[in-house]
Design a protein around this ligand. Structure first.
Ligand code: ADP
Ligand code: TRP
Length: 321
């Protein structure tokens, strides 16, 4: 069975874009292979500098994933820092990583341009990410388009290592999410926490209703047909409604006679309803912090067994011990 691995940065509250763009497809992959998903807390140290915030964020990601259907009996779901061997591999990989490769990384330049401190960790981020992937003999790595270059760097680093020390690493295949899956935010742009246009999945009913009712729409009069192209209401409704309800709303857009207020109300109800079971599950898990901790620890033990095997191969190859 193929091993599918991905890392999730523990940063911010889960929104509809994260859910439909990343979490739902990641959970669906449980049907296809052996999933290794980890909470990238070492990576988050490059941007989160408050211990409580980091710990809370990591716990939130764990709750979100488990509530949304990640099955710990099948998948290995762990905290990156519970397998610290990854930092040893990152060091060894850094000895075959050309400076020029890291200097060309877009994400480093983008993050510094956005105001993050230009630290060595931010610069070396792709090497730690390569270690994450190579430490577990991953076959396949599902990521968003923004991570494509990091995957190419991982393959280059693995190849450089193999060229110098002999065949040691498996070259992972990227599985890049498609752009058509971009979920629009309340203002019609890509939903993103950095644009302040998100719809939170596990927020309060009142907050969600308020945000949905404030979705930006055009000023077509009630009686007229509504433009369907680029309609944020329709795009979001497509994600949460069943086919019959969606077809009905489409027909009403085309026919006219309904105002946006009515459509938004239905959109709100559909969002609220589709996440109801996950909300209940999350509340239940929140009351069981020791269970969540147990799942993460047990998965970390399983991950560590794989990591130990790969690291032994690497140490042997380079001449450590
Ligand atoms: P944000 O843009 O809110 O900071 P992140 O960059 O942390 O979100 O994204 C986490 C994951 O969620 C990534 O895999 C990303 O591809 C996915 N994602 C985020 N926003 C969207 C969106 N609007 N549509 C589809 N996927 C998204
Ligand atoms: N860099 C990824 C992001 O920002 C998170 C990540 C860390 C990751 N290590 C990984 C993703 C390994 C896939 C594989 O989203």
């Amino acid at each position: 069975m193929k091993r599918i691995l991905s890392g999730i940065q523990p940063s911010g509250t889960l929104h509809l874009g994260n859910y439909f763009g990343m979490m739902k497809p990641a959970i669906a992959l449980q049907e296809v292979g052996e999933c290794f998903y980890f909470i990238a807390d070492y990576h988050a140290l490059t941007s989160v500098h408050d211990a409580t915030e980091l710990r809370d964020n990591a716990r939130d990601v764990a709750l979100d994933f488990l509530a949304c259907g990640l099955d710990p009996a099948r998948s290995c779901f762990f905290r990156q820092s519970d397998v610290p061997e990854v930092t040893e591999l990152a060091w060894i990989l850094s000895t075959v990583t050309p400076m020029g490769m890291l200097e060309r990384a877009h994400s480093y330049k983008d993050k510094v341009a956005r105001g993050l401190e230009a630290t060595h960790a931010l610069f070396a981020y792709p090497v730690l990410m390569a270690a994450d992937i190579l430490l577990y003999d991953s076959d396949c790595v599902p990521v968003g388009k923004d991570q494509k270059q990091h995957l190419e760097m991982t393959r280059d680093i693995a190849q450089k290592f193999n060229d110098r020390y002999g065949e040691t690493f498996k070259l992972p295949e990227p599985l890049i999410g498609d752009e058509t899956g971009t979920v629009p935010g309340t203002d019609g742009q890509k939903m993103s926490k950095s644009y302040g246009n998100t719809l939170e999945i596990f927020g309060s009913e009142k907050a969600l209703r308020k945000k949905v009712m404030a979705l930006v729409t055009d000023s077509t009069p009630i009686e007229s047909p509504k433009p369907m192209e680029n309609s944020t209401v329709l795009a979001l409704y497509r994600l949460v409604a069943d086919d019959a309800d969606f077809a009905r709303m489409e027909a009403e857009f085309r026919g006219g006679g309904f105002g946006y207020g009515e459509f938004k109300q239905r959109l709100f109800e559909a969002i609220w309803e589709i996440f109801a079971p996950m909300r209940a599950k999350r509340a239940e898990l929140e009351r069981e912090p020791s269970y969540v901790e147990f799942v993460l620890r047990k998965s970390a033990d399983r991950a560590k067994r794989v990591a130990d095997g790969v690291l032994a191969r690497v140490r042997e190859a380079v001449g450590l011990r």
